[in-house]
Design a protein around this ligand. Structure first.
Ligand code: MN
Length: 289
C-alpha cells in the first residue's frame, strides 16, 4: 500500500522551491507518495515535478477542486467546457510527471452551492467524466471522484451517492475517493459505506475531524481501518491536514482554514505516518488469526 501525504502539509506554493520543500518533507517523514494540489494545471511543468519526485524517491498523485468558473456540472456550456479543458490538461500533467492518479472534486466546483444540482448539470458532468475517463485511461491515469461534505459540493456527499454517480458515468477508469473528514460529517458510520463501495474505492484521504493531528478529534479511525482491510484496500492512502501555519490562499480560503492546528510540518507528518502504519499493522494482526 502506498502511504502518502498532501503537499499542503509542507508548503502553500508549488513552484520549484515549494515542490522541493514538499518532496523533501514527505521523504523525511517516510512517505511513499506526495499528493500535489493542481489547482492550476497550466502553471505546472511536469518534467520539473517528475524530476523532483524521483530525486526524492516518491510516487506522485494530484488533486484539484474545480471552481465556479470551471464547473463541470454547470448548465452553462462554456463554463463546463473550461472545466473539461482544465481536467484534460491536469491528466496530461499527471501522466507526464510520472503519476497515475488524479483525484478530488473534479466533477463540480469545490464550493458551497445554494441550490441542488440540476438534472441536466448532473448528466452533463457524468458525460464529461465518461470522456475524461477515456482520455485518462489512454494516458495511464486513473480518475477518482472525492466524496465531500454538503458545504463543498451538491453532487456526491455520501459513498452511496458516489456509486450512483459512477453508474451514470459508466466508465471503468473512474472510481471513488473517500475522505475520513468528509465521511465523519455525512455518513452514518465509517464502516458500512466503505464495505458498500468496496472495489470502487481507489483513493483514500485520512484526515481528522478538525483536520489537525490524527487521533485528536472525533473520527472513528478504528472502524475505518477495519473496513478498508475487509475490502482489501491497497492504496493510495494519503494524509491530509491543513493549518494556517502553511497557507495557499487559493485552497485554504476555499476550505475555510482559519485556525492554527499545528506549527511543525515535520512533526505532524511523521506522527501521521506512524499513526496510519500502526492502524494498518494492528488491523492485520486480527485478520491473520
Ligand atoms: Mn480530502
Amino acid at each position: 500500500m502506498q502511504i502518502g501525504v498532501h503537499g499542503l502539509v509542507f508548503t502553500g506554493t508549488f513552484d520549484e522551491k515549494g515542490l522541493n520543500v514538499a518532496a523533501s518533507g514527505a521523504s523525511a517523514a517516510s512517505f511513499d507518495l506526495l499528493e500535489i494540489p493542481l489547482m492550476d494545471p497550466f502553471a505546472f511543468d511536469p518534467n520539473l515535478v517528475g524530476r523532483i519526485l524521483s530525486d526524492n524517491e516518491l510516487s506522485m498523485s494530484a488533486s484539484l477542486g474545480l471552481t465556479p468558473e470551471t464547473d463541470l456540472s454547470s448548465d452553462d456550456k462554456a463554463v463546463a467546457k473550461r472545466g473539461e479543458d482544465l481536467l484534460t490538461r491536469a491528466i496530461e500533467v499527471v501522466s507526464e510527471s510520472g503519476g497515475s492518479s488524479l483525484c478530488g472534486v473534479i466533477y463540480s466546483a469545490l464550493t458551497k452551492y445554494s441550490q441542488p444540482v440540476t438534472p441536466q448539470g448532473y448528466r452533463n458532468s457524468a458525460a464529461a467524466l465518461n470522456r475524461l475517463g477515456e482520455t485518462a485511461r489512454q494516458a495511464g491515469v486513473e480518475l477518482t471522484l472525492e466524496v465531500v461534505n454538503r458545504y463543498e459540493t451538491n453532487i456526491i456527499n455520501t459513498a452511496r451517492q458516489g456509486l450512483s454517480f459512477l453508474n451514470e458515468i459508466a466508465h471503468e477508469n473512474v472510481h471513488l475517493h473517500l475522505d475520513s473528514y468528509h465521511m465523519n460529517i455525512e455518513e452514518s458510520s465509517m464502516f458500512e459505506p466503505i464495505l458498500e463501495a468496496g472495489s470502487r474505492v481507489r483513493y483514500v484521504h485520512i484526515g481528522e475531524s478538525h483536520r489537525g493531528y490524527l487521533g485528536t478529534g472525533t473520527v472513528d479511525f478504528d472502524s475505518m481501518f477495519r473496513a478498508l482491510a475487509l475490502i482489501n484496500y491497497d492504496g493510495p492512502m494519503v494524509f491530509e491536514s491543513f493549518s494556517n501555519t502553511v497557507v495557499s490562499d487559493e485552497l485554504s480560503n476555499t476550505l475555510g482554514v482559519w485556525r492554527n492546528l499545528w506549527q511543525s510540518s515535520a512533526d505532524l507528518a511523521s506522527h501521521a505516518n506512524r499513526f496510519m502504519n500502526d492502524k494498518i499493522r494492528a488491523v492485520k494482526s486480527i485478520e491473520d488469526h
